[in-house]
Write a protein that binds this ligand. Structure first.
Ligand code: GLC
Length: 566
C-alpha cells in the first residue's frame, strides 16, 4: 500500500462560530482559533479542517457563500486569516478549507447577475427552468431543508434549483465557465498556502440529464438522482488535473449518497480525483433503517448491522482507495450521545470506547471539536434555543404539515438536531465555558462546569488524555494506519471486535457497546495469546475473562503465534 502523509494524519474539525470568541461579540472568530492553536498542538492532531469562514449572509452558517475570496466579518479579516495560517504552520499544523461549490449564496455576485434576466451572461451559471404548464415547479425534487427544491422568480417567470435553502442556489457545473471560476478560486487559496479542501456535498454537483422527476413522495436531494451524477467523476478529474495535482494537499469529499463502488472512484488509489470521501451509511443515511420522517425518527441501528457497514467500507476500499473515519461533525448529534452513553456513570468510559473503535480502524480519523472532551448533546428543551435552519424548518414542516405533536418533535430535535454539536466549545468552568465574554450566539451546554478542557488537560484519566494517546499510537505505529482489517464475532450484539494485521504484528480491538459485563466468548479468548500486551484500554486493570461496561481494550500480538482465525 502506498504511504502518504495524509493517511498518517489526524484531522480536527473546527466549527469557527462555536470554537473561541476573541472579541466578546458572542461569535467565535479567527483570532480565537489562533489563540487556541497550542491546545490543538497539545492534543497532537496534524490537520485542521475549518468549516466555512468566507463572507456569507449566514442563512446556513457559512455554507452559503457570497464571496469566496473574503472572510466573514463576524470571523475577522483576511489579515487575521493569514496570521492564523502562518501560526498554524509554525506549529506544524495544516489548514484545510471547506469548499462549498455545489451552490453559492443568492447574494453572491454571480447569482445576483444571473437573476437579472434570461440574457444575463451569468444566467447559465445556475439552473433555471420554466415551471410546468399547470404553474407548478419544474420537477418534484425536495430540498434537504424541507419543501420544494425550486424557487419561483417573478422577474423572469422562471424557477431556480436549490437542493438546500432557497438562499443556496445550485451552480451549473455543466457550464465550463463555472468550472473555470471555481478552479481559479481554488488556485488562489492554494497560492496562499492552505493545505487542502473538504468539499461540501461534492457528490451532488452533476445533475441528471433533463432533470427528471425523482421518487414520488420522497423529499430531500437523495431521490433526485443528483448523487454521483453523470459527469461528477469527469469534473473532479478536471479539478485534479488543473488544481489539486499541482499542490501537496489533503482532499476529502463529502459524498452524500455515495456507494462503495462510487467511493472507489472518488478516492481511487491512482490519485486522479480525491484522497478520500465521507460516506454516511454508518450515521444512518442510505443503508440505515428509514423512519417515517427521514432521519428525525429513524430507529437506532442494531450493532451487527452497524459493524457490517463499517466493515464493508474497511474491507471494500482496502488497496483500492482510502477511508475517512468519523462519528461526529457539525451535521450530526454528538457521537457520545448517539452511539455511546452520556450518563454521568459511563460518559468517560464510552467516549474513550468510541474513540478507540474509530481510531484503530484503517483510514484517516476526524475529531470534531469537543469530541476529545466527551462533550454531549445539548438537549435544548425550548424550540427558541435552536438556531439551525434545518432543525427550525423541520420543526415547522413536521408539526404544521405532518401532524407531529410538539413534544414528539422536541424529542427528535434533542436526539438528532445539528445544533447538539454546535454549542460552544467548553474551555473552562467560568461563565459561558470560557468561550466568550459576551452573549453566545447559541446557548452553552450547561454541563460545561464539569466537562471542559481546563479540567481535562492535566488529568491522565480524562477523555482528552486518552485521545492524545490514540493519536500518538497512530503516529508511532504503521499497523494502526496501514494494517489489514478483519471483523471478528460479526453477529455479537454488544461487542465490536476486529483485528488489524501488518507483517508479523496484530492488534485485536475489543469494544463493548453496552452497559453489560459480558463473559468473553471462547473464540475471543482464543484470539488473544497469553503474552499479548495491552496496547491501549479504558480500564486500568486487564480482565481476560470479561468485557466490562463500555470497555475498550486493544491487544498487541507479535510474532507468528496469531491465535485462531475465525
Ligand atoms: C453539507 C454541510 C452542511 C450544509 C450542507 C449545505 O452537508 O456539511 O452543514 O448545510 O452541506 O451546504
Amino acid at each position: 500500500m502506498d504511504k502518504h502523509w495524509w493517511k498518517e494524519a489526524v484531522v480536527y474539525q473546527i466549527y469557527p462560530r462555536s470554537f473561541m470568541d476573541s472579541d466578546g461579540d458572542g461569535i467565535g472568530d479567527l483570532n480565537g482559533i489562533t489563540q487556541r492553536l497550542p491546545y490543538l498542538r497539545e492534543l497532537g492532531i496534524d490537520v485542521i479542517w475549518l468549516s466555512p469562514v468566507y463572507q456569507s449572509p449566514n442563512d446556513d452558517n457559512g455554507y452559503d457563500i457570497s464571496d469566496y475570496r473574503a472572510i466573514m466579518a463576524d470571523f475577522g479579516t483576511m489579515e487575521d486569516f493569514d496570521r492564523m495560517l502562518a501560526r498554524a504552520h509554525e506549529l506544524g499544523l495544516r489548514i484545510v478549507m471547506d469548499l462549498v461549490v455545489n451552490h453559492t449564496s443568492d447574494e453572491h455576485r454571480w447569482f445576483v447577475e444571473s437573476r437579472k434576466g434570461k440574457d444575463s451572461p451569468y444566467r447559465d451559471w445556475y439552473i433555471w427552468r420554466p415551471g410546468k404548464p399547470d404553474g407548478s415547479a419544474p420537477n418534484n425534487w425536495g430540498s434537504a431543508f424541507s419543501g420544494s427544491a425550486w424557487k419561483y422568480d417573478e422577474a423572469t417567470d422562471e424557477w431556480f434549483l436549490h437542493l438546500f435553502s432557497p438562499k443556496q442556489p445550485d451552480l451549473n457545473w455543466d457550464n465550463p465557465k463555472v468550472r473555470d471560476a471555481v478552479f481559479d478560486m481554488m488556485d488562489w487559496w492554494c497560492q496562499k498556502g492552505i493545505d487542502g479542501f473538504r468539499m461540501d456535498v461534492i457528490s451532488l454537483i452533476s445533475k441528471p440529464e433533463g432533470l427528471p422527476d425523482g421518487v414520488p413522495g420522497e423529499t430531500g436531494y437523495a431521490p433526485s438522482g443528483c448523487a454521483n451524477g453523470p459527469h461528477v467523476h469527469e469534473y473532479l478529474q478536471e479539478m485534479n488535473r488543473r488544481v489539486l495535482s499541482r499542490y501537496d494537499l489533503i482532499t476529502v469529499g463529502e459524498a452524500s449518497g455515495v456507494t462503495l463502488e462510487e467511493a472507489a472512484k472518488y478516492a481511487n488509489a491512482q490519485g486522479t480525483e480525491l484522497n478520500m470521501v465521507f460516506q454516511f451509511e454508518h450515521v444512518g443515511e442510505g443503508a440505515g433503517i428509514p423512519g417515517r420522517f427521514g432521519k428525525w425518527d429513524a430507529p437506532k441501528m442494531p450493532l451487527p448491522m452497524w459493524k457490517a457497514i463499517l466493515s464493508k467500507w474497511q474491507v471494500g476500499l482496502q488497496d483500492r482507495a482510502w477511508n475517512s473515519l468519523y462519528l461526529s461533525n457539525h451535521d450530526q448529534p454528538r457521537c457520545l450521545s448517539k452511539f455511546g452513553d452520556d450518563s454521568e456513570e459511563y460518559r468517560v468510559l464510552s467516549a474513550k470506547m468510541l474513540g478507540t473503535c474509530t481510531h484503530m480502524m484503517q483510514g484517516t480519523p476526524y475529531v470534531y471539536q469537543g469530541e476529545e472532551l466527551g462533550m454531549t448533546n445539548a438537549y435544548f428543551d425550548d424550540v427558541s434555543d435552536y438556531r439551525d435552519i434545518e432543525s427550525i424548518n423541520a420543526y415547522n414542516d413536521l408539526t404544521k404539515n405532518h401532524g407531529v405533536p410538539h413534544d414528539e418533535m422536541m424529542g427528535y430535535l434533542k436526539r438528532i438536531s445539528r445544533d447538539n454539536a454546535r454549542t460552544p466549545m467548553q474551555w473552562d468552568g467560568s461563565a459561558n465555558a470560557g468561550f466568550t465574554t459576551g452573549t453566545p450566539w447559541i446557548r452553552v451546554n450547561p454541563n460545561y462546569t464539569s466537562i471542559n478542557a481546563e479540567a481535562e488537560l492535566g488529568d491522565p484519566d480524562s477523555v482528552f488524555s486518552y485521545y492524545q494517546k490514540l493519536i500518538r499510537l497512530r503516529h508511532e505505529n504503521d499497523i494502526v494506519v496501514y494494517g489489514d482489517y478483519e471483523l471478528l464475532l460479526p453477529d455479537d450484539e454488544d461487542l465490536f471486535v476486529y483485528r488489524r494485521t501488518l507483517d508479523d504484528r496484530q492488534l485485536v480491538v475489543i469494544c463493548n457497546f453496552s452497559r453489560k459485563t459480558l463473559q468473553r466468548p471462547e473464540a475471543l479468548k482464543a484470539a488473544i495469546p497469553e503474552d499479548a500486551e495491552v496496547f491501549i484500554g479504558n480500564y486500568a486493570e486487564d480482565d481476560r475473562e470479561n468485557v466490562r461496561p463500555w470497555e475498550a481494550v486493544v491487544y498487541e500480538i507479535r510474532n507468528s503465534e496469531f491465535g485462531i482465525r475465525n
